[in-house]
Design a protein around this ligand. Structure first.
Ligand SMILES: [Mg+2]
Length: 120
C-alpha cells in the first residue's frame, strides 16, 4: 500500500513496484487507513508530508490497531536530513526512504528485507 499525495511520486512508485508487487495507492492518510482492513497490505510505504493527517499520525493510527501493530511501514519523505532517520525509526517506522528516489534498489531492498522479516 502506498499512501502519498503527490501523483508523480505515486506514478514513479507504481513504475518501480508494479511489476513485482500488487500495489494500491491512496492520496491521503484517512483513505489509506480506511482501506487497511479490506486490502490487508503486507507493507505500507507512507509519505510523511500529507495534507491534513501527516504520516506520523497515520502511523500512530496503524499502530493503535492490534491487527496492524506489526505491519511493516516505511517512512517515505523528502526530509533528508541526517538526523531524520533515527527520528522516524523512533516513531515506530520500520525503515526510512528518502525522496527523490535516486537508486530504486534501495527501496526494493528495504521492502524485501521487511517482507522476509515478516515471513521469518
Ligand atoms: Mg507529500
Amino acid at each position: 500500500m502506498i499512501i502519498e499525495d503527490n501523483v508523480d511520486n505515486r506514478l514513479l512508485l507504481q513504475a518501480i513496484l508494479g511489476d513485482v508487487y500488487e500495489v494500491t495507492e491512496h492520496p491521503t492518510g484517512p483513505e489509506g487507513l480506511a482501506s487497511l482492513a479490506a486490502e490487508r497490505p503486507e507493507i505500507v510505504l507512507l509519505d510523511i508530508s500529507l495534507p491534513g493527517m501527516d504520516g506520523v499520525e497515520v502511523l500512530r493510527h496503524i499502530r493503535a490497531d492490534p491487527e496492524f501493530r506489526h505491519l511493516p511501514v516505511i517512512a517515505f519523505t523528502a526530509h533528508a536530513m541526517s538526523s531524520d532517520r533515527g527520528k522516524y525509526l523512533a516513531h515506530g517506522f520500520d525503515d526510512y526512504i528518502t525522496k527523490p528516489i535516486v537508486d530504486e534498489t534501495i527501496l526494493l531492498g528495504s521492502i524485501n528485507r521487511l517482507l522476509e522479516r515478516v515471513a521469518a
